[in-house]
Design a protein around this ligand. Structure first.
Ligand code: B12
Length: 377
């Protein structure tokens, strides 16, 4: 069902002409003004509180900023499929949080108007086509969201029972039992990867979904992530450090990206494999990452991207690296939820490779290392 509508939308979207880089830069230049105009116009509407389900206006403002970042991203990458994949998530999430479905086409009209106010008419016209497309597909998106509850949370692997038990403790905020139970699962270093990939990762996906459908609060979601961070640190440090057999690797989240557990899993698994890893975590200013890389001269950089509108910031770092003679030979790998929206989307970043999960990331890194080693013989 979901696929049918997606492919129909994708087909229909082929009619939308791609937008020039000049128009994209103008749009980016006017971002604050356009977002501000939509915020003001929407908040002046007499029906605004009904439309946003009596939520604070700030929630709508946050959505507008994220929305516009996404649109700019989609236009820059010329990947409308990202938007088509994301839009049901946006409808579903905001509707569950009380927003009326009518809010969306009304907001789209305000985006058209604001873009017309701030861009030259031919540019405004080309960008507006995206909004006309969204307005046209609005009823189908609502139907999809209302009828399709399968959002791809199926479990793969042998540790389903363990995953469920761990999740149970996690949602109670029961750190002690989470830790005791994890210790039962992870007895040797080789147990760590299945624990990370089949227990922790799906538990966090489930936590995200429960947050999305408003079954748990932001506090419970934060607590779950914090418990997992503590457990990862505790379990990992119980194993002896492996001698370095591979080169230096730096793992970081893309600029502005706050999600860091995925990158941390990749970092831990690389280290266990014998890489010398610096895990930098989330939201590093690009210039400082580059300076650090100049000092460290890593063989490998891994960039984690969760939100699609951060793909561009990853691409920018990659382009800086590739154009810097000191760093151009660094192998660059990207990964994270953002790349699940479309096959081969990672290639748009200019990276050398992509991996869907931690174990695959290790395989790719090792194969790159051996390739270079072999070519040096
Ligand atoms: C915890 C969490 C947060 C925390 C993050 C804290 C932290 N310290 O990391 C906080 C509260 C900051 C947060 C914020 C937001 N979040 Co959040 N968050 C999550 C949650 C619940 C878990 C993320 C996670 O750790 N997953 C587990 C890891 C292990 O999985 P993973 O990242 O996919 O990693 C694996 C692979 O992808 C791959 N991989 C990952 N990185 C890399 C890197 C390389 C180099 C390679 C090779 C591979 C690789 O390997 C990993 C291991 O196998 C997810 C739910 C989910 N489905 O993930 C939502 C989720 C990602 N968040 C979401 C949203 C919407 C947001 C916010 C926009 C919310 C808001 N309104 O503010 C902000 C955005 C902030 C920002 N600027 O980045 C949505 C995204 C929806 C979408 N369609 O894209 C999700 C999916 C929740 C949901 N179901 O709706 N979030």
């Amino acid at each position: 069902m979901e696929h049918k509508i997606f492919s129909q939308m994708e087909n229909d979207a082929k009619q939308i002409k791609s937008i020039s880089t000049h128009t994209c830069s103008k749009l980016l230049e006017k971002k604050d003004l356009i977002v501000e105009t939509v915020n003001t116009q929407m908040s002046r509407r007499p029906d605004i509180h009904r439309l946003i389900g009596y939520n604070p206006l700030q929630m709508m403002y946050d959505n507008h900023r994220n929305h516009f970042n996404l649109i700019i991203q989609v236009l820059k990458l010329q990947e409308i499929d990202i938007l088509i994949n994301m839009i049901p998530w946006v409808y579903r999430t905001y509707h569950i949080h009380g927003f009326d479905y009518d809010y969306f086409p009304i907001a789209f009209q305000h985006w058209i108007k604001a873009i017309e106010d701030h861009l030259e008419s031919n540019m405004a016209q080309s960008v507006s086509n995206i909004y006309h497309f969204l307005i046209k597909w609005h009823p189908a998106i609502v139907e999809l969201v209302e009828t399709n509850r399968d959002i791809g949370l199926s479990f793969y692997g042998d540790l389903q029972k363990e995953h469920e038990q761990f999740l149970h403790y996690l949602l109670q905020g029961d750190y002690k039992n989470c830790l005791l139970y994890s210790e039962k699962i992870v007895k040797t270093p080789t147990d760590l990867a299945p624990f990370y990939l089949q227990v922790i990762q799906p538990a966090l996906y489930r936590v995200g979904f429960l947050w999305q459908i408003r079954e748990i609060s932001v506090a419970v979601e934060h607590l779950s992530t914090a418990i997992i961070g503590r457990i990862m640190a505790l379990l990992y440090t119980r194993f002896p450090l492996i001698d370095t057999k591979y080169g230096n690797a730096i793992i970081s989240s893309a600029p502005n990206e706050f999600h860091e557990v995925g990158g941390r899993i990749v970092a831990d698994l690389l280290e266990m494999e014998g890489w010398n890893v610096d895990f930098i975590g989330a939201n590093v200013p690009p210039q400082e990452l580059l300076e650090y890389m100049k000092k460290k001269r890593p063989f490998l950089l891994g960039l984690s991207v969760t939100m699609p509108y951060h793909i561009d910031s990853a691409s920018q770092i990659i382009s800086l690296l590739k154009n810097d003679p000191d760093l151009a030979s660094t192998k660059i790998m990207v990964g994270g939820l953002a790349f699940f929206h479309k096959r081969n989307l990672w290639q748009k970043t200019g990276a050398d490779g992509w991996a869907p999960h931690g174990l695959e990331a290790i395989r790719l890194a090792n194969s790159w290392w051996h390739e270079v080693e072999f070519s040096n013989v």
